[in-house]
Design a protein around this ligand. Structure first.
Ligand SMILES: [Zn+2]
Length: 396
């Protein structure tokens, strides 16, 4: 029997299990204009990483197969007789090996690290476990809303059907929702370096699971030489069935990739968008049309999309009034968490506590959830937020 988190969470007719007690809000606030200032805000010296850990947060860009616990990798390899898959036979050894991720140099080299996890995620039990643990780890740092993404076609080497793969992941997330204070959704990824027919099948799977846990369709994988419009028909299938769309774009290719993602494929959000800064008119379009960016700062350094956190364009985007969210991309490979990513942009990207507050809330404002559910969630976390809004955070 198919797992069905979406039946409870996303059907417009069904009561919302996790949010039913929340108060409703009639006001959604948008990312505020953030004027350039040469003097640090008074809170800049006092904000701590523990403060950020305590904030209610959302995670919108997180890959299941890049976010496995180290201990679980080792455990799964031992259970499945696949120790030869791993580069080390201890947690410490694996940790040492994975420190080399930051020297990947290219997106393609970074993606090669997934060869250590994907072979271990070919059973329903492994998929269920990793999905559960990922949601648990997010809940432990007070992430209240999590969108997990993955490409089911990478998990059929042991002849699981795509539906069996998806059911297992959804079941893991559903169990975590029962155990922790977290709401989850799933995003199905097409793969840009495969034929469009594969993306079409994945788009059809995403449509099949719409209202049953899947909220969006994405395009992931090596970007250079694999433009989004090569998967146009898959995106049309998803869009014409009213699925949300996000696309990795502008990470390892220029603004043309972002334009294709928006204007050929109809993306509602853009993953990364690092090269957007090269196209000022397109930047203005993002601000005017409130198109959110899913920024993953450490991953962007690991893939050399940017040479350092200090060189990251996130400050430019924030101060240009583009809706920015901060995410992990891959908790395992980038050895990070949502808390660490927010802390790092505070430490290295000249963003103050009041900016981080709006970025954290943007994770809820731009979630792929039905409007009313999103408003309820946003109101509840805004009420819980320990930092007050400031004069620079006007209502939308
Ligand atoms: Zn990604």
């Amino acid at each position: 029997m198919r797992a069905c988190i979406g039946g409870k969470l996303f059907s417009p007719c069904a009561p919302d299990r996790s949010l039913g007690h929340r108060r409703c809000s009639s006001v959604l606030r948008d990312a505020p204009p953030m004027p350039m200032s040469s003097t640090p805000a008074p809170d800049a010296a006092t904000l701590t990483q523990d403060d950020i850990r305590s904030w209610p947060k959302a995670e919108l860009h997180c890959h299941l197969d890049g976010s496995v616990r180290l201990e679980t990798m080792l455990d799964l390899a031992q259970q499945q007789g696949k120790m030869s898959v791993l580069p080390a036979d201890s947690v410490e050894g694996l940790r040492d090996e994975l420190r080399q991720v930051e020297a990947s140099g290219t997106l393609e080299a970074y993606l090669a690290w997934f060869d250590y996890t994907i072979p271990l995620l070919q059973t329903e039990a492994a998929l269920r476990r990793t999905a559960y643990e990922l949601a648990a780890d997010n809940a432990a740092e007070n992430v209240r809303y999590l969108e997990v993404r993955y490409s089911p076609i990478l998990h059929v080497e042991s002849d699981l059907s795509l539906e069996a793969v998806n059911d297992a992941v959804i079941e893991g997330l559903r169990r975590a929702e029962a155990d922790f204070d977290i709401t989850t959704s799933l995003i199905v990824c097409g793969l840009r370096d495969r034929f469009e027919s594969a993306s079409m099948r994945l788009a059809e799977l995403a449509v099949e699971y719409q209202h049953e846990g899947v909220v969006a369709f994405d395009l992931a994988g090596g970007e250079a030489g694999n433009p989004p419009k090569g998967h146009l028909h898959a995106f049309y299938r998803a869009r014409n069935n009213l699925l949300n769309l996000t696309i990795h774009a502008g990470e390892a290719w220029g603004p043309d990739s972002i334009r294709q993602a928006l204007f050929y494929c109809g993306a509602h959000r853009i993953g990364h968008g690092i090269s957007l800064r090269k196209d000022p008119e397109l930047m203005q379009y993002f601000a005017d049309h409130r198109i959110p960016l899913e920024i993953c700062p450490t991953s962007n350094v690991d893939t050399q999309a940017v040479p350092s956190l200090e060189a990251h364009p996130i400050e430019t985007y924030v101060r240009s009034n583009i809706p920015v969210t901060v995410n992990t991309d891959n908790r395992l490979f980038s050895r990070t968490s949502v808390t660490k990513e927010l802390w790092r942009v505070h430490q290295h990207c000249n963003l103050e506590a009041r900016h981080l507050r709006e970025i954290a809330l943007n994770g809820f404002r731009y979630a792929f959830l039905p409007h009313q559910q999103k408003q309820d969630l946003l109101r509840s976390v805004t009420d819980d937020f320990p930092l007050a809004e400031t004069a620079e955070t006007p209502l939308w």
